[in-house]
Design a protein. Structure first.
Lengths: 260, 80
């Protein structure tokens, strides 16, 4: 880990929590130690749309001690098809607030912070710096690039996910020396990058954001608990129409404007 | 020459080592893209992987293909 996921204030788990999270604790690689790391961790989730809802619900249930949700958008009727934390009667409410209501019903003992406006550079840097892992659930390239730069500068691991139509992708950028960053990947695509494919323009199959978000949550938990092997230097592509996963190697770009 | 592109079999028209003006011309990634992508797609931004390794755009015209190679053309995804 580039940034040691250390307990901010190492709180042990109560007996009640040992029971609550017992199905995690049974996993030999997780054990009580791993679950305590989750309980003492802070995760920043950028975007509380389709991906963000899927990520946040699993991280909340998993007992991540602190989640920070960032989104300035309001719940729209067209979001209900896939953004599973937003209830019908929350249309018009800020997405962070709406998601927080649902998450606290799932797990009332975790802390959920919300930021209901777009973060400027200084605020974003400070937010990234003060969290153990950042999960990119945003819906545009500018935010993705900015977040990548912030994460690289503070060496905060970034779990990146994206989805459109019937496909999606996931990659983890540990920001360790010699490892690629998100910019290394986006440079490979080159071109004008003017294909602004958003879910509102191209559509997206509801469970596809659930699949990708669940994979992002899995990577986040692995990073925090220090278990398994993460998708570093690898891009995982999911195609729901053929139900195939494909993996591609992502090399560090020696001329990358961010990490080289 | 037979390759796979985005999982579909593709018979490359100009095959391996076709003669051109008496010289042997090899088949490259650029040839495969020319045949597989529409003109409009070729103008879009995309990434190409040859046997799961990304190929830099500057190498499309130089990277030689062989029978059985697998190419993936990926378009950027930013939705959330």
């Amino acid at each position: 880990m580039s940034k040691t996921v250390k307990p901010h204030s190492s709180k042990p788990l109560s007996d009640d929590q040992l029971m609550r999270y017992s199905r995690h604790i049974m996993l030999p690689s997780m054990d009580i130690d791993g679950q305590e790391k989750l309980w003492n961790s802070k995760v920043l989730i950028i975007g509380v749309g389709g991906l963000g809802c899927a990520v946040a619900q699993y991280l909340a249930c998993s007992g991540i001690g602190q989640l920070t949700l960032v989104d300035d958008d309001l719940v729209d009727k067209t979001n209900l098809q896939r953004q599973v934390l937003h209830a019908e009667n929350n249309v018009g409410m800020n997405k962070c607030e709406s998601a927080k209501q649902s998450l606290q019903q799932l797990n009332s003992e975790i802390t959920i912070n919300t930021t209901e406006h777009r973060l400027g550079w200084a605020e974003l840097s400070a937010a990234v710096e003060s969290h153990d892992v950042v999960v990119d659930c945003s819906d545009n390239l500018d935010t993705r690039n900015e977040l990548n730069l912030c994460c690289f500068q503070s060496k905060t691991p970034l779990v990146s996910g994206a989805a459109i139509r019937m496909e999606g992708q996931v990659a983890t950028y540990t920001m360790q020396q010699g490892q690629p960053c998100y910019q290394c990947l986006s440079t490979i695509f080159g071109g004008s990058g003017d294909q602004k494919l958003t879910c509102s323009e191209s559509g997206v199959l509801s469970p596809v954001v659930g699949v990708i978000g669940s994979l992002q949550a899995t990577e986040t938990i692995k990073l925090l608990a220090g278990i398994g092997t993460v998708l570093s230097s690898r891009l995982l592509m999911f195609d729901a129409s053929t139900m195939k996963f494909n993996e591609f190697k992502v090399a560090k770009n020696p001329n990358c404007q961010v990490c080289s | 020459m037979k390759i796979h592109i985005n999982g579909e079999p593709l018979n490359l028209e100009n095959g391996a080592s076709t003669e051109e003006n008496g010289k042997v011309k090899d088949t490259t990634v650029a040839d495969a893209l020319q045949q597989y992508l529409s003109q409009k797609q070729q103008e879009m931004s995309f990434a190409v992987a040859l046997n799961s390794d990304f190929v830099n755009k500057s190498q499309y015209a130089n990277r030689l293909l062989k029978d059985g190679d697998s190419i993936d053309v990926l378009f950027p995804i930013h939705g959330g």
